[in-house]
Design a protein around this ligand. Sequence first.
Ligand SMILES: Nc1nc2c(ncn2[C@@H]2O[C@H](COP(=O)(O)OP(=O)(O)OP(=O)(O)O)[C@@H](O)[C@H]2O)c(=O)[nH]1
Length: 505
Amino acid sequence: MVLAQLGGSISRALQQMSNATVIDEKVLNECLNEISRALLQSDVQFRMVRDMQSNIKKIVNLDDLATGHNKRRIIQQAVFNELCKMLDPGKPSFTPKKGKTSVIMFVGLQGSGKTTTCTKYAYYHQKKGWKPALVCADTFRAGAFDQLKQNATKAKIPFYGSYMESDPVKIAAEGVERFKKENCDLIIVDTSGRHKQEAALFEEMRQVSEATKPDLVIFVMDSSIGQAAFDQAQAFKQSVAVGAVIITKMDGHAKGGGALSAVAATKSPVIFIGTGEHMDEFEIFDVKPFVSRLLGMGDWSGFMDKIHEVVPTDQQPELLQKLSEGTFTLRLMYEQFQNIMKMGPIGQVFSMLPGFSAELMPKGHEKESQAKIKRYMTMMDSMTNAELDSTNPKLMTESRIIRIARGSGRTVRDVMEMIEEYKRLAKIWSKMKGLKIPKKGDMSALSRSMNAQHMSKVLPPQMLKQIGGMGGLQSLMKQMGSNKDMASMFGGLGGLGESMVSRLR
Ligand SMILES: Nc1nc2c(ncn2[C@@H]2O[C@H](COP(=O)(O)OP(=O)(O)OP(=O)(O)O)[C@@H](O)[C@H]2O)c(=O)[nH]1
């Protein structure tokens, strides 16, 4: 079961429960059993699932809930909190500081994506103005140094390694020493992939750690590892001081539940996830927005960050304005396609919205998708301004479609396909209507100052209605306790995303 399916199953269990006229113990138990089944099928450890179930039961005391309280919301909130608790070890990992040298050592199983992730991590920081460097202490796998060298050269990141030297401890120490002298602020040490049965390799890993004295050891884990995750992660933790986890291949068909187990085994937070083979398919991991997305609740704060990151600054206010108006024109689609083509790997903005990018650009089909977008753009080049700026799909009459097809050298069918795609995107876009979008940096200000009054102003009316108006919002905020939680739950409120997904299905 992939994570999205897990989210879908949990949402469905909650939905079924809310369809019941009375939520009593039996209904609650059925719902929790359904959720537990979904988690177990996703490879989450049995013990964790059992604990979660009993915790929710402790929190949700049906008798104590006065009538009038929204039981479904309270239960949904408890599920949300428990999933967050599973992924949150309660203490943040060491965070390197720009300008101050930090040594970061990467460990993980063979083929987990460690070498790729080292470069992604370096590249991510380099883009933010850091001075990273890569050290290849993997002397076990032939070709590891070449791979790192190739990636590093592509990203213009200094690297260190050797074809001759077979002692990884020596290479690691020399590399770290050299880059310290060169004032690099992020020295990343890639080590050999190993398996928990390989005692010698574990000993070697311990020695590399001793020689380089890393500020942080990152355990890289393939999301498809499944139930073995807990034991493997624990074996690494017992040999070196793992302080953070990065989960790779989240774009694949992995069950992903192993991620939860790795957090439990290492008592370390997940800090990033890998979402593809490319250098920039790498995302910061935040527990609450992740769980929110997992439960099909959307992730507004991530979505906003992506808009700020991906869309050129001068286009942002206009795009946000149009987003809150809910109007989507072919010109807007054209402009977004332009951004996508410039940015390379796609879907970064829209992937935050349930159902958006997956269909337009399915993973693994980037080439075809890019070609499709180019084709759409050629056809749009043959459109008039009136056609591009219209929000009325009826404007696209048969004669216009034939003209566009002729003008762009494509078939009528191609033009119709493009218009269908436009309609699909416009439909999703229209759901955004009424969202008052905070400016960059305002999210934290919002979270500090937010009360129900503020919140009600930011939310789209349909979302507010789903929560149960001001009264519902106030009680929800009371349950959540902290305003900070509220901001990260921004997307989760009222289950807008949830209903959005079901509407899109
Ligand atoms: N789809 C996808 N593939 C990934 C991701 N991260 C890494 N890979 C691929 O996974 C494969 C293994 O990655 P490597 O970086 O070579 O793995 P490694 O852990 O360094 O391998 P060892 O040196 O044997 O330990 C490569 O084909 C990568 O392109 C990801 O997030 N998504």
